[in-house]
Ligand binder design. Structure first.
Ligand SMILES: C[S@@+](CC[C@H](N)C(=O)[O-])C[C@H]1O[C@@H](n2cnc3c(N)ncnc32)[C@H](O)[C@@H]1O
Length: 248
């Protein structure tokens, strides 16, 4: 047994923290239709612990790691797209599974631009200061290094542009999309309207940061209502701050 696998197994032995949650049973039913075998559960537990270690301290919570791991392991979405990549934490579970389990392609859309992020954010909002002080060029470089280190470059297309400008560069019939880009009311609604038609019927959509607040307003609600007109809710995590939808 490799040293790393041994370490992970030991961690799992002494702590159940990273075992699949009870809550995920409904998602497993949706994605797999039948209960998992003990071998499958052990495999998923091990992968989850790897992902939680890698994504520790990132925007991708353990609950989101679990959701994305189950989705990629059990549904094997071939064409995956993310709007809002940042360091790549929420792409990690998909890319990790894709590399080891099946072939597919990932489209990673991010403009890594302070101006784009802050387009609809007033200077008085706390988000403004936080993003203004962030070196997004360095974040993009770190994302590229991560792809190289884990050998994910072969199946990943980076679209380093504003999401509204690259719609024609992504294929139709997307199996899975993660909306985690602009926080603004106009931009998040525009993303939903532009990209939903790219998702195939019965394809999955993860909509993150639902309760994000800018200038005292929940700016992502209109985009969510739009998606809900065309999709069914499958699963919720982070106290409903992120929702998995299935396109009708
Ligand atoms: C919350 S972060 C994404 C976090 C990431 N999904 C994760 O889990 O670590 C939002 C990202 O959206 C990007 N972004 C904001 N507005 C954008 C736009 N109009 N077009 C493309 N990317 C945008 C930002 O550069 C930022 O990296």
């Amino acid at each position: 047994m490799k040293k790393r696998t041994l370490l992970i197994s030991l961690i799992l032995l002494v702590s159940n923290t990273w075992a699949l949650s009870e809550h995920s049973l409904s998602l497993i039913k949706e994605l797999h239709g039948e209960p998992l075998s003990e071998e499958q559960i052990n495999h998923l537990d091990e992968q989850l612990s790897v992902l939680n270690l890698r994504n520790n301290n990132s925007w991708c919570s353990p609950q989101k790691n679990e959701l994305l791991l189950l989705l990629s392991e059990l549904n094997k979405p071939k064409i995956c797209l993310e709007i809002g990549v940042f360091l790549g934490a929420s792409l990690m579970p998909i890319m990790h599974t894709m590399k080891h389990q099946y072939s597919g392609h990932v489209y990673a859309i991010d403009s890594w631009s302070t101006n784009d992020v802050l387009n609809e954010v007033p200077e008085s909002d706390p988000n403004y200061i936080w993003w203004k002080n962030l070196d997004l060029k360095m974040i993009k470089t770190k994302f590229g290094i991560m792809l190289e280190n884990y050998e994910y470059t072969g199946f990943t297309t980076i679209l380093h542009q504003k999401s509204s400008t690259c719609i024609n560069l992504v294929p139709n019939e997307v199996d899975f999309i993660h909306f985690h880009g602009n926080m603004g009311k106009e931009a998040s609604l525009e993303d939903a309207i532009l990209y939903l038609p790219k998702v195939k019927s019965n394809g999955y959509i993860l909509f993150s940061d639902i309760f994000c607040v800018i200038d005292g307003k929940h700016t992502k609600m209109e985009a969510l209502w739009y998606l809900l007109d065309h999709c069914d809710v499958v699963y919720e995590i982070e106290n409903s701050n992120a929702i998995l939808l299935k396109k009708r």
